[in-house]
Design a protein around this ligand. Structure first.
Ligand SMILES: Cc1ncc(C[n+]2csc(CCOP(=O)(O)OP(=O)(O)O)c2C)c(N)n1
Length: 632
C-alpha cells in the first residue's frame, strides 16, 4: 500500500515519520500532476502547499479545529488528506468533486465561496463565536499573498489585531504570486520580511522553546508561557504586522514540514492572534509548472492549452486598436492581467495599465478617479467579481456620471468552477445602476462594435459582457429595428424571441424548430440590454407572444427590463423570460448547466408552443426543464 493510500483522515498523518512525510509529499505531487492535468483544475497553487497542508493537519485537529482556506483553489491537498483522493477522478465534473472546498463533501470544509480575501473575516467571526460560546476550538485561516492584497483582509486585520485574548492563527502562504507576481506596497513589505534573518532565528528558538511541547495536544502552561516569551523574543523584523499589534512568526520555509509545524504549534499555543508567514513556491516539484513564467500553471485545462478564437482575445485586440487611436484609454485589472486579455495592451502601453491587486472595489473607485482626471478607464474583470464592487459602481462611478467602461469577461454559466464562478448576477446588478448602459455582444464582430460604441460614450458608465470560451461564427443581422439587430423573420408574427448576447445561436435553433411547427418567429438581438431599445415595445405589440432569453439570472435581469418596458408602454402581449434560476448552480459542463435551465433550442421552442397554447403544459414534472424557477 502506498503512503497516500494509507491516509484516510488527518489523524493518519500523525503516525508518519519525517522520512515518511517527505515520501508522502512526493506521492501527493505525483498524484496531483496525474489527476489535475487529466481533469483540468488548479495545479500550481496546490503543488505549492503540500507540506504546508500536511503540517496544518498534524498540528490542528480538523474538523474540531477549523481550517479556513481563502479562495479555496489551493485546497486539493486538504481534500486528499481528508479522505477524498478517489474523488479526483471526477474533479469538477457534474456529480464529482468540487474544485473548491464544499460543505456537502466534507465536514472538514468551511468556506465554499471562491471569491478571494474573505477567509480572515470568516475566521474572525468563527473565533468570536467560539470565544463567546466557550468552545475550545482553534481557528486558522490560510491566505495567499495575492489574496492579502484585497481590502477585506485589511478590514479583518483591523479587527483581529485588537482582540489580544482571542486566539486566531493566520497563515500567509507567500509564493510571491497571484497569477503573475504580486505587486504593490504589501508585496514589497513581504519581500522585506522574506529577506530578514527571521527564519534562522526561528529555527534556533523553536528547537529550545518547543522541546517539550507536544505537536498536538495540551496547552501546558509552561509551554504556553514559553511560547509567548519565545514569540516576543523572536519577533523580527519590526514590520507592519507588528505595528498593527499582531504577533508575527516567520518567515518560515513552507516546504519544511518540521519548521512549519514548529511555527504553527507556537502560534496555536500563543493564545492571541498570530501571523505565520510561510514562504512557498507555486508549482513546486513539477518542472512544467516551475518554469511556467506566466502563472506557474495556476490552472490547467484538460487536453492542454485552449485552441480557437476566444472572446477575450477579440476584446484584447480591440482594446489595443482603440488605444492606438486614443491616448486617453487606460486599463485596470484586479490581479488578472493575462486572463482578462490585458497583457498585449500592457506590453504596448505599460504606463496606461494598472494592476491594483485582488481589489475590485478599489479598481472601480480608482477608475472613477481616472475618469474625473480626464482619462477613459476600461475596468476588465470577470463578471462574477463585479459583485464585489456593486456599491462603488453605483455610488462612485454612476452617481458621478463618470465615463468608465466595464468589460465583464466569463459572463454567464462558466460551469466547471461551480456556483461562485458563474457570471450570473451581472445583468441584474448592472441593470440596476442608473445611467449605466449595458451591452451584450452575440459574436466577435458585435464585441468589436459594442466595445467601440461603449468607449465612445463620455457622459456616464458603460459595460460590455461576454462569455467564457471561444466565439461562435459571426451571426449577421438581416435588418435593423431601431438599434436592434433582426436575426430572423419568417411566417406570421407569432413569437418574438428577444435574444441577449451569446444566446443568439440557441434562439435561432428554437426558431428553426418552431418553423417546423408552422409557427412564425422573429428573433431580435437588442445589442444593448440596458436601456431597453424604444423600438422593442412596438415590435412586441405586433406579436402574440414575447420570449426573452439570457445567460444570467432571471431575477431582475434582461428579461425583467423588457417586462418593465412593455408595462410602461402598456403593451399587454404575454411575456416569458428564460434565464438561469435564482439558485447556486453546481459545477458541471457549461452546456449541460445551461440546458438544465432551459437554455437550449428545444426548451425555448417548447415554452413558445405552450405560451401560444398550441400545446398544454405537460403534467409530467420530468418533462419540465429541471431548473426553471417559477417564483422569482
Ligand atoms: C474577488 C476575487 N477576484 C479575483 C479572483 C481570481 N483569482 C483566483 S486565485 C487568484 C490569485 C490568488 O493569489 P494567492 O492568494 O496568492 O494564491 P496562490 O494562487 O498564489 O496560491 C485570483 C486573482 C478571485 N478568486 N476572487
Amino acid at each position: 500500500m502506498s503512503l497516500l493510500e494509507s491516509i484516510r483522515e488527518p489523524t493518519d498523518l500523525r503516525r508518519l515519520s519525517r522520512t515518511e512525510l517527505d515520501g508522502l509529499a512526493r506521492e501527493i505531487r505525483d498524484f496531483l500532476v496525474t489527476e489535475v492535468t487529466r481533469t483540468g483544475g488548479h495545479l500550481g497553487p496546490n503543488l505549492g502547499v503540500v507540506e504546508l497542508t500536511l503540517a496544518l493537519h498534524r498540528v490542528f485537529d480538523s474538523p474540531r479545529d477549523r481550517i479556513v482556506w481563502d479562495t479555496g483553489h489551493q485546497a486539493y491537498v486538504h481534500k486528499i488528506v481528508t479522505g477524498r483522493a478517489a474523488g479526483f477522478a471526477q474533479l469538477r465534473q457534474a456529480g464529482g468533486l468540487s474544485g473548491y472546498p464544499s460543505r456537502s463533501e466534507s465536514e472538514h470544509d468551511v468556506l465554499e465561496s471562491s471569491h478571494a480575501s474573505a477567509a480572515l473575516s470568516w475566521a474572525d467571526g468563527i473565533a468570536k463565536a467560539y470565544q463567546l460560546t466557550g468552545a475550545d476550538r482553534a481557528v486558522v485561516a490560510v491566505v495567499g499573498d495575492g489574496a492579502l492584497t484585497g481590502g477585506m483582509c485589511w478590514e479583518a486585520l483591523n479587527n483581529i489585531s485588537v482582540a489580544k485574548d482571542r486566539p486566531l492563527v493566520i497563515v500567509v502562504n507567500d509564493n510571491t504570486r497571484s497569477y503573475a507576481p504580486t505587486t504593490g506596497g504589501l508585496a514589497d513589505h513581504l519581500a522585506t520580511l522574506r529577506t530578514s534573518k527571521g527564519y534562522e532565528r526561528f529555527l534556533e528558538w523553536g528547537k529550545q522553546a518547543l522541546k517539550s511541547t507536544p505537536v498536538v495536544g495540551d496547552t501546558v502552561y509552561g509551554a504556553v508561557h514559553g511560547a509567548k516569551k519565545g514569540l516576543k523574543d523572536f519577533i523580527a523584523p519590526q514590520g507592519m504586522f507588528e505595528d498593527l499589534g499582531l504577533k508575527y512568526v516567520g518567515p518560515v520555509d513552507g516546504h519544511d514540514v518540521e519548521a512549519v509545524e514548529q511555527a504553527l504549534t507556537a502560534a496555536r499555543n500563543f493564545g492571541g492572534p498570530v501571523i505565520v508567514h510561510c514562504m512557498t513556491e507555486k508549482g513546486r516539484g513539477y518542472a512544467a509548472a516551475e518554469n511556467h513564467e506566466l502563472d506557474k500553471l495556476h490552472q490547467v485545462r484538460p487536453g492542454g492549452p485552449a485552441r480557437g478564437r476566444s472572446w477575450t482575445s477579440i476584446f484584447s485586440e480591440e482594446l489595443c486598436a482603440v488605444a492606438a487611436r486614443r491616448d486617453d484609454i487606460v486599463a485596470i485589472t484586479a490581479s488578472m492581467l493575462e486572463p482578462t486579455g490585458l497583457a498585449p495592451f500592457a506590453a504596448a502601453y505599460p504606463r496606461r495599465v494598472f494592476d491594483v491587486g485582488i481589489a475590485e472595489q478599489h479598481a472601480v473607485t480608482s477608475a472613477a478617479g481616472l475618469s474625473f482626471g480626464g482619462l477613459h478607464p476600461v475596468v476588465a474583470i470577470y463578471a462574477t467579481f463585479a459583485n464585489r464592487a456593486f456599491d462603488q459602481t453605483v455610488m462612485d462611478v454612476a452617481l458621478h456620471r463618470q465615463a468608465v467602461t466595464f468589460v465583464l469577461d466569463r459572463a454567464g454559466v462558466t460551469g466547471d468552477d461551480g456556483a461562485s464562478h458563474n457570471g450570473m448576477w451581472d445583468l441584474t446588478i448592472m441593470s440596476l445602476v442608473p445611467g449605466l448602459r449595458l451591452a451584450a455582444p452575440r459574436d466577435g464582430q458585435r464585441l468589436r462594435e459594442l466595445f467601440g460604441e461603449a468607449v465612445a460614450i463620455e457622459d456616464g458608465p458603460t459595460a460590455v459582457r461576454f462569455p467564457k470560451g471561444n466565439v461562435p461564427a459571426d451571426i449577421p443581422a438581416i435588418s435593423r429595428a431601431g438599434g436592434m439587430d433582426v436575426l430572423h423573420r419568417a411566417g406570421p408574427e407569432d413569437v418574438l424571441i428577444v435574444s441577449f448576447g451569446a444566446t443568439a445561436q440557441i434562439c435561432l435553433g428554437a426558431a428553426a424548430l418552431l418553423a417546423d411547427q408552422e409557427v412564425g418567429v422573429t428573433v431580435v438581438d437588442p445589442r444593448w440590454v440596458s436601456p431597453v431599445d424604444p423600438a422593442l415595445p412596438p415590435l412586441a405589440a405586433r406579436h402574440k407572444l414575447v420570449i426573452t432569453v439570457e445567460d444570467s439570472s432571471r431575477a431582475g435581469g434582461a428579461g425583467s427590463g423588457v417586462a418593465r418596458a412593455l408595462e410602461d408602454a402598456d403593451v399587454d402581449v404575454p411575456l416569458r423570460t428564460i434565464g438561469l434560476p435564482k439558485q447556486f448552480l453546481d459545477h458541471g459542463k457549461p452546456a449541460d448547466v445551461r440546458a438544465a435551465a432551459g437554455l437550449n433550442p428545444a426548451a425555448i421552442a417548447e415554452r413558445a408552443l405552450i405560451g401560444l397554447k398550441r400545446k398544454t403544459s405537460a403534467p409530467d414534472p420530468a418533462a419540465e426543464p429541471a431548473m426553471v424557477e417559477r417564483s422569482a
